[in-house]
Design a protein around this ligand. Structure first.
Ligand SMILES: Cc1cc2nc3c(=O)[nH]c(=O)nc-3n(C[C@H](O)[C@H](O)[C@H](O)COP(=O)(O)O)c2cc1C
Length: 328
């Protein structure tokens, strides 16, 4: 019999397993990955940041063609400040869940609720978690500093139980550093009701990043995924209400060069922004700043997303059983 792992948030989100695949903008989290994860009984996400309205529309339409199960559309606050129509489009096209990261959600949870849509907010501190709860978020993601992509400075082990206490009874998903079932079980032990995982799903067959990035991720040790402080020197601090974050990515010659020469050199070098934007557009992000978490050190294979979900649930159920056996 297949292993099961149900927590109350499964009922709220309408999923079988308390596992969410993170929205990762255009980096991997396209319609194929989201639909595969949702069809496997977890919550798939379409990354909405850095996508045009046409891309967003096509992505949501494709997911709805491929699955009848719930999925999320993810945005970042700086992106929505510049492109507010993206949020309305996701609601209009019937996304069952929207999730957001990197800033104060403001009135967006209320607007999602008016459309009958659930709202999930990712945070990096207890203060941000309280703010998101006050704004009306239905689920809070507590993201520790181990995470790939943009994040804060507090590790998951320290952050998750504090956020759980701060926003109780709201459900919390743990993110950052979780790539196998032991991590899922640990998150539940810390009081989370589930997990939000990015890096493990980047190393999936369906993720739409280059093979070079996937191979580098599999080959990497945890310490190869570094905080890229020089990002701030290349891109000016984002809009009002944005959280204070620094990205984590696999070290590349680009990062070594500009991080070592920072800050003046990177700030004054014209064309760096354009280089990065072109690299992103052309699918060559692995040459620049390939967002990846420390959990790369736990990942040794590229698997179909459904197999990843199945293994996570089986391993977590096994780990929880072993923990129960400790009791007496
Ligand atoms: C390549 C990449 C891009 C990301 N982009 C986003 C994003 O656009 N929106 C978002 O909410 N989170 C984003 N994240 C962060 C994830 O939501 C999540 O917190 C993180 O991946 C969890 O840590 P893990 O990478 O150790 O699983 C990104 C993560 C990665 C690895």
């Amino acid at each position: 019999m297949a292993a099961t792992l149900r927590t109350p948030v499964c009922g709220l989100l309408g999923v079988e397993h308390p596992i969410m695949q993170a929205g990762m903008g255009p980096f991997g989290s396209g319609a194929s990955l989201a639909a595969a994860v949702s069809n496997a009984g977890a919550l798939g996400s379409l990354g909405g940041a850095l996508r045009t309205s046409e891309e967003l529309r096509a992505g949501i339409t494709t997911i709805r063609e491929r699955t009848r199960r719930p999925f999320a559309v993810n945005f970042t606050q700086p992106w929505l400040q510049a492109h507010p129509g993206s949020f309305d489009l996701a609601l209009e096209l019937g996304a069952p869940v929207v999730s957001m990261a990197l800033g104060d959600p403001g009135e967006l949870p209320a607007r999602a609720h008016e459309a009958g849509v659930l709202f999930i907010q990712q945070v990096h501190s207890v203060r941000q978690a309280r703010l998101a709860a006050d704004r009306g978020a239905d689920v809070i993601i507590a993201q520790g500093a181990e995470a790939g992509g943009f994040g804060g400075t507090i590790s998951s082990f320290v952050l998750v139980p504090q956020v759980v206490d701060a926003v109780s009874p709201l459900p919390v998903l743990a993110a950052g550093g979780i790539a196998d079932g032991r991590g899922v079980a640990a998150a539940l032990a810390l009081g989370a009701q589930g997990v939000n995982m990015g890096t493990r799903f980047l190393a999936s067959a369906e993720a739409s990043i280059s093979d070079g990035w996937k191979q580098a991720l599999v080959a990497a040790e945890a310490e190869d995924a570094v905080k890229v402080e020089v990002w701030d020197d290349i891109f000016p601090k984002p809009a009002n209400g944005a959280f204070d974050v620094v990205p984590r990515a696999l070290r590349t010659p680009f990062i070594t060069k500009w991080q070592t020469d920072r800050p003046e050199a990177a700030r004054q070098a014209s064309g760096l922004q354009e280089d990065l934007a072109t690299g992103m557009r052309e699918g060559r992000m692995e040459q620049y700043v390939p967002f990846t978490g420390q959990s790369a050190g736990l990942i040794s294979s590229i698997l179909p997303a459904a197999m990843i979900v199945e293994q996570l649930v089986a391993e977590a159920a096994g780990a929880l059983k072993r923990m129960q056996e400790l009791d007496g």
